[in-house]
Design a protein around this ligand. Structure first.
Ligand code: NAD
Length: 258
């Protein structure tokens, strides 16, 4: 028996990285998964491999959410869960950030999360209750220079999570947030996507960095975040709602002087 047998779960940003691992683990645990992303070819290939449904979804567009919900209901008849995983990161100091860049990150990370909650809550309630898991970040809990726009949106996601949890509890919907530290995906290691970059050298530099920064001495794996998403989506977390869950190898525990 799988932990998600019979449940229908939409995962946004599921073409690669953490979303991909969440889609894979959820499918292995018996869920009917909806692989939602703007990367058509990768999302389609993954959905085919998993026997899942692929929908093209730009999370910042309300019409795309309406279409994704309609396609999911047509294919599976119901929606029991959502993982708001899609996100983007831009490096800049706050005073150098053009408004257009700030708004782009807000549109995807923050508005995308809001629209997802709004689009699926009624459907999850109609299915008798379920779960929403929002992907925030380590930078939702603390500041980090050079990623101010991103950090602002991730703080906002915690606000959305807490309010949604309070407003949707009566409908049997639990809403929680994940706060990953550094996770080994294209977001933290863009060299993985750059055919001209020396990905091995970059991975070594990243390994050296997190060996010093993080008490557990390494960067996190997307599969580890997927296990937290599974916990928060399954009945194992049945009495938990409105909470942020830090998954960061101990990075937030304190400042190291060694
Ligand atoms: P990633 O860049 O590999 O994956 C992000 C996915 O989101 C991609 O598949 C991308 O196509 C998709 N996406 C981007 N914009 C979209 C849009 N408008 N609509 C739909 N899909 C869109 O990075 P990841 O590490 O897998 O990131 C997943 C989530 O985890 C993000 O919300 C990110 O902010 C968060 N996060 C990542 C880290 C990290 O260190 N990698 C740390 C903390 C939080």
């Amino acid at each position: 028996m799988g932990k998600l047998d019979g449940r229908v779960v939409i995962v946004t940003g599921a073409a690669r990285g953490q979303g991909e691992q969440e889609a894979r683990l959820f499918a292995a645990e018996g869920a009917r998964v909806v692989v939602a992303d703007v990367l058509d070819d990768q999302a389609e290939a993954l959905a085919k491999e998993l026997g899942a449904l692929h929908v093209r979804l730009d999370v910042s567009k309300e019409a795309d959410w309406d279409a994704a919900v309609a396609a999911t209901k047509e294919a599976y008849g119901r929606i029991d869960g959502l993982v708001n995983n899609a996100g983007i990161l831009r490096f800049n100091s706050l005073v150098d950030t053009p408004l257009e860049e700030f708004m782009q990150v807000v549109q995807v990370n923050q508005v995308g999360c809001f629209l997802g909650i709004k689009a699926v809550a009624g459907e999850i309630a109609a299915a008798g209750g379920g779960t929403i898991v929002n992907t925030a970040s380590y930078t939702a809990m603390t500041g980090m220079a050079a990623v101010g726009t991103y950090a602002a949106t991730k703080h906002a996601i915690l606000g959305l999570t807490r309010v949604a949890a309070m407003e949707l509890a009566q409908q049997g919907i639990r809403v929680n947030a994940m706060c990953p530290g550094a996770i080994d995906t294209a977001m933290s290691n863009p060299a993985l996507l750059d055919p001209d970059a020396d990905a091995e050298e970059m991975s070594k530099a990243i390994g050296d960095l997190y060996r010093k920064l993080v008490p557990l001495g390494r960067i996190g794996r997307p599969e580890e975040v997927a296990k937290l998403a599974l916990f928060l989506t399954s009945d194992d977390s049945s009495y938990i709602t409105g909470q942020p869950f830090v998954i960061d190898g101990g990075w937030l525990a304190g400042v190291s002087i060694l």
